[in-house]
Design a protein around this ligand. Structure first.
Ligand SMILES: CC[C@H](C(=O)O)C(=O)SCCNC(=O)CCNC(=O)[C@H](O)C(C)(C)COP(=O)(O)OP(=O)(O)OC[C@H]1O[C@@H](n2cnc3c(N)ncnc32)[C@H](O)[C@@H]1OP(=O)(O)O
Length: 307
């Protein structure tokens, strides 16, 4: 036990963020009593569905929560697959953007209630919670500009998954709903902590305490969503791809560096954020994109440039 404790120390927050030469660290480790293999083995008993990932040469990937027979509810195996897809994305060094969507034109209805019923004791619940919080925190910390494409319903854990992306785009008629109160719960996948940072504590408390349906207009009005997509459902993914490509135009090392400095600005105390910014700056200053831009001379004469 003593040896175990000696190995456990609280990593300063800065060492848990995505720095140029470091892997993204998890929130929970063995020091917190988190045993990933143990909880994944338990969750394996609840199979079904999949979490699919398609990485494109454009540098944009699409992650699809795929369990349409259950409104894309996360089965036990899907929770493990989500973690595996995030592992894959952390290794994808050419990436610059990520779209998270649900299959069959609906987003996600949270945990599979069959699995929830079977692990409804506090110990197992908190172990599932630690697995999902680790995964969604690392998803948000990926050096990729991420957007949740919300069609149909994003309920419970599905609503929380939308908050683990940098942006949210909503299709007409779609809804985000934190139904946890009706389950006698609070968010367990980190959704409350992220929601406060997105919409502020008053709006967050309203959404959680009323479990109200957040339609696209209301979501945009409180800053939960960026835009409402055009009504042609068949083109929702195309619209999201266009939106994201407009937000990730440029060399992926630069786009990835921009996301890294925003992460540190959002999560670190000012001095540490500045140090991280300096470190990331050093990875692009004098880099190929910088030198090419300098060779071209000034080109931003008071108008938006495409690249
Ligand atoms: C921390 C997160 C938290 C936790 O882990 O504790 C959770 O996320 S708990 C789960 C929170 N989510 C919900 O409570 C949503 C439950 N589902 C619904 O309210 C409805 O299904 C809805 C509104 C998503 C869709 O309603 P609709 O009438 O359009 O369809 P059905 O209800 O007939 O659903 C079709 C089919 O899907 C099954 N289904 C839907 N959601 C789930 C789910 N979360 N887990 C398991 N199965 C789900 C539903 O049972 C139907 O299957 P069928 O075999 O046809 O009965």
């Amino acid at each position: 036990m003593a040896l175990h404790l000696r190995k456990c120390f609280i990593l300063p927050i800065r060492s848990r963020l995505v720095l140029p030469q470091q892997r993204i660290k998890s929130v929970y480790t063995t020091c917190d009593g988190f045993n990933e293999e143990e909880i994944r083995e338990k969750l394996q008993r609840f199979p079904g569905g999949s979490v699919d990932l398609s990485k494109q040469t454009s540098g944009i990937a699409v992650l699809t929560v795929n369990n349409p027979g259950r409104m894309n509810a996360f089965t036990g195996t899907m929770m493990g697959e989500l973690k595996d897809r995030v592992d894959e994305l952390e290794q994808w060094t050419d990436g610059k953007g990520l779209i998270v969507q649900g299959a069959a034109s609906t987003f996600c209805s949270g945990s599979d209630l069959n699995a929830v019923r079977a692990i409804s004791n506090p110990q197992d619940g908190m172990k599932m919670c630690m697995l999902m919080q680790n995964t969604l925190t690392r998803l948000l910390r990926l050096p990729l500009v991420s957007v949740a494409l919300v069609e149909g319903k994003a309920l419970g854990g599905g609503a929380e998954l939308t908050t683990a992306c940098d942006f949210r785009l909503m299709a007409p008629g779609s809804e985000i709903r934190f139904v946890h109160k009706h389950m006698g719960l609070v968010p367990g996948w980190g959704g409350a902590a992220r929601l406060v940072r997105i919409v502020g504590s008053k709006n967050a408390l309203q959404l959680l305490s009323t479990a109200r349906r957040v339609d696209p207009d209301y979501a945009v009005s409180i800053g939960l969503a960026e835009e409402i997509l055009a009504s042609d459902v068949s083109r929702s993914l195309d619209q999201a791809q266009k939106w994201l490509s407009d937000h990730t135009k440029g060399p992926s090392p630069v786009i990835r560096a921009l996301k890294k400095v925003v992460i540190s600005g959002r999560e670190l105390p000012l001095d540490e954020a500045l140090r991280t910014e300096k470190q990331v700056f050093g990875t692009v200053w004098g880099g190929p994109a910088n030198l090419e831009a300098l060779a071209q001379g000034p080109k931003h004469k008071g108008h938006n440039t495409d690249d």
